[in-house]
Design a protein around this ligand. Structure first.
Ligand SMILES: [Mg+2]
Length: 441
């Protein structure tokens, strides 16, 4: 593997003007331009590159790009073999650099940058092995998987031995589950029908299209206006009927007591969960809301802005969530998500990944396939988010069949973008942005 020495790391600011049509709008992010800090790792083997990204919603992507550049000297010059033979050590090197950890640690911009780089390293590894990432993980010896995880700060909730036991126990029936996934795919839900900025007419049309395509699980953005929410949830519940599943997402809009009151007034529409009811850092607030909503059968879901494994640990310890929403770009890549799905398994809480944006569906599908085949062995109350935007910019886009994610087959982590798309959308000088600036003048 000596020829797989990393010789260069580039990072680019790539933005899509989604705010022009209100795609992705919610109660707190009213005009997102879905964006990525896009990383490419080059090796001495010209045939082998690693592609990774982290997701942002527009402004500030240049800061993430800057943080990736600051970390790149820790990556360039190492061989892939050197990294993966001590992946735990390499993770800690990136997340705990003696000087740079001050601007984290393991949170915020530096954590997003770590995710972009490590996603590219995992992509590189999977490509070197000729496997899609989920398959690399599923085939990996449990002891080796454990050696990719930094257990620092979580051993009071999950020890290495417990994690190993979970993986070994889940070996039973894993072959059957893998075959099932290849045949049927992993169940998904759609968020594409009901962004907050959409009109009722748009919502009705998109919902009826989705029903016709076989979707059975739907998420509605709420939180800006209670009367609007009651009307929109009523509209969707009426269209999807009593048996399909509805979830609501407030994107951190409320204070704790307000969340309980607001969600209680939506109870008649029987949402399975309320997502991000309040500040994403407020673990005890989420615990209070969980307890208050339990009698009316509504769970709390969160995770897309939960910045590391320690926070997930506390959410689980405090019974502050009933659905763990892992995100492929918020925490320290696969390494940290392995820790999170194993903790969720220990606490017997279902993992329902956050996705959408740009590239998040492509990435996280690998992690949830791994979770089902090699960790949780359950589909009960589990599903992966899907948003139908921007997949055309990827070399290996998601493949949805009958409202399920079909397992990727191309080697890697599925986040290589088409070079033409990257160039066109590069900020601020790509063709798309030059044209928008011209129109603004
Ligand atoms: Mg959300």
């Amino acid at each position: 593997m000596l020829r797989n020495k990393i010789i260069n790391l580039t990072v680019r600011d790539v933005r899509f003007p989604t705010s022009l049509e209100q795609h992705g709008s919610d109660a707190m992010h009213t005009d997102p331009d879905y964006s990525v800090a896009y990383v490419v790792i080059e090796t001495t083997n010209a045939e082998l590159k690693g592609y990774g990204l982290t997701f942002t919603v527009g402004k500030g992507t240049e800061i993430v790009v800057c943080a990736v550049k600051a970390l790149s000297s820790l990556v360039v010059g190492r061989t892939l073999e050197e990294i993966v033979s001590n992946f735990r050590g390499f993770y800690r090197l990136l997340s705990s650099d003696g000087q740079m950890r001050w601007i984290g640690p393991e949170k915020g911009v530096i954590q997003l940058a770590t995710a972009a780089i490590l996603n590219a390293v995992w992509d590189l590894w999977a490509r070197a092995e000729g496997k899609p990432l989920w398959k690399l993980l599923v085939d990996m010896d449990p002891a080796q998987l454990i050696r990719c995880i930094d257990f620092r700060y979580i051993t009071d909730a999950l020890t290495e031995q417990e994690a190993l036991d979970i993986l070994i126990k889940a070996r039973e029936g894993n072959q059957t589950r893998e075959e099932q996934m290849l045949r049927e795919g992993y169940p998904a839900y759609t968020t594409s029908c009901a962004w907050l900025g959409y009109t009722d007419q748009q919502l009705t049309q998109l919902c009826s299209d989705a029903l016709a395509q076989g979707w059975t699980k739907f998420k509605v953005k709420v939180g800006a206006d209670i009367q609007d929410d009651i009307r929109r949830c009523g509209l969707i519940r009426k269209m999807i009927g009593p048996n399909n599943i509805l979830m609501v997402d407030a994107n951190q809009r409320w204070d704790v007591a307000e969340a309980v009151a607001w969600v209680t007034s939506l109870a008649e529409f029987r949402p399975l969960w309320i997502e991000e009811p309040t500040c994403p850092d407020d673990i005890l607030g989420h615990a209070f809301i969980s307890k208050a909503l339990a009698p009316i059968g509504i769970g709390v879901a969160t995770g897309e802005q939960c910045h590391n494994r320690v926070m997930f640990k506390q959410f689980l310890q405090a019974s502050a969530l009933q659905f763990v929403q892992i995100d492929s770009c918020r925490v320290g890549s696969v390494n940290e998500n392995l820790a999170i799905v194993l903790m969720a398994a220990k606490f017997n809480v279902p993992v329902c990944p956050h996705a959408g944006g740009v590239g998040l569906c492509e990435l996280v599908q690998h992690l949830i396939l791994f979770d089902y085949i090699a960790v949780s062995a359950s589909l009960h109350n589990r599903m992966c988010e899907y948003v139908d935007h921007l997949h055309e910019h990827f070399r290996s886009p998601t493949n949805i069949r009958n409202a399920c994610y079909m397992p990727p087959t191309d080697p890697g982590f599925s986040c290589e973008m088409l070079e033409e798309s990257v160039q066109k959308h590069q900020f601020p000088d790509g063709e798309v942005w030059k044209n928008i600036r011209k129109q603004d003048k």
